[in-house]
Design a protein around this ligand. Sequence first.
Ligand SMILES: N=C(N)NC/C=C/[C@H]1O[C@@H](n2cnc3c(N)ncnc32)[C@H](O)[C@@H]1O
Length: 403
Amino acid sequence: MHEEENSAPEEFIGIANFQASGADQLSFSTGDRVLVHNKSSADWWWAEFQGCYGYVPSSYLQLDTEEDVWQDDEYFGNYGTLRLHLEMLSDKPRTETYRQVILSNSAPLRGKVIMDLGCGTGIISLFCACLSQPAAVYAVEASSVAEYTCALVKQNRCENVVKVFQARIEELTLPGKVDVLVSEWMGNCLLFEFMVESVVLARDRWLKQGGMMWPSSACLTLVPCQALTDYSEKMDFWDRPYGLDFSCLKPLAQKEFFSKPKFNHQIVPEDCLSAPSDVITLNMHTLQVSDLEKLSGNFSFTVEKFGTLHGFTAWFSAQFQSLEKDGTVLELNTGPHSELTHWKQTLFMLDSPVTVHEGDCIAGSITLQRNPIWRRHMTITFQWSINSTKVSQVQTNSFPMWR
Ligand SMILES: N=C(N)NC/C=C/[C@H]1O[C@@H](n2cnc3c(N)ncnc32)[C@H](O)[C@@H]1O
């Protein structure tokens, strides 16, 4: 037995399912709250769950405090360095699109109040102040880069228009509501990092009735694809390296290289086996935080050429409505038919390649399930089937992004 720990029990949250393998252990699932009474060893703790006592593996548990689940220290820490800002500023299609949006709305922006949420170095706020005559721009940035943003605003003589606020928008009280909420929040597969939640909360609290969201909408796009290079380098390789048979390592390779999405994939148009399809569309004026828990869309692709289905590739686009009636809608598209961006595309490799022929139909659904614990993460699940003369199979593949 063990001595009762005299400190108060701590509540931990399960971050994986644990199946007890002995009477002195406690089973629990992801998301369950477990009371730890005694950290009797580094790996096994004495705990209570649903009225029972037993040992639980400490590695399956996460201290249940709001901060940890958003990983904010790490998240905002990353954005405090220039690396990510340089990557985003160097992304010309991304940055030029936002510049074009401001420039082409220069007249209707006159006298308006704009919020730039997650302004980083303040580039969009500076575009607003230099390319139009807004009444004010509230540049909101939680990370320490905000200190430099102030300097950049001064250095570019925009301090009378641009006001920098170093805070999480969730904890900030602005001088007043805004006419336009502009933000560059999109992550891998559109949603990763889930900064979009902060954008929706800020919209509901600070955007005037009838105000404009930029982006106004965003789409997740999918295409069935070949990935011959990735497959041969990571999987076929094991068949005959240097004349030896290493094929028993292939299941390991599948798990290590293909069980998570490849976020920096660059798909070429000729690897697309059909026309791409928008599978999820977000209307940024009506989207609710609750919608973000689980988003899904159906797809039905007609294969346009003989080839090998290795998986699916995803990317996103964002649309910017004009402030002028019947004005042009501008778009940032991160797909293979547009100029490459720092997001590149995301490749989901299936368990085993399937030979497909022109006319085959690949139908199914994609579901983005937000992680109940790690609030910036999600799991992407494909349910799909191929109906063709040669083969008919139904498969489900799930990919964590990233926990
Ligand atoms: N991933 C892409 N594309 N862009 C991410 C862009 C993220 C930037 O927005 C800031 N940010 C993110 N969430 C908040 C928030 N709730 N309040 C204030 N600033 C925030 C981060 O510190 C980065 O500088």
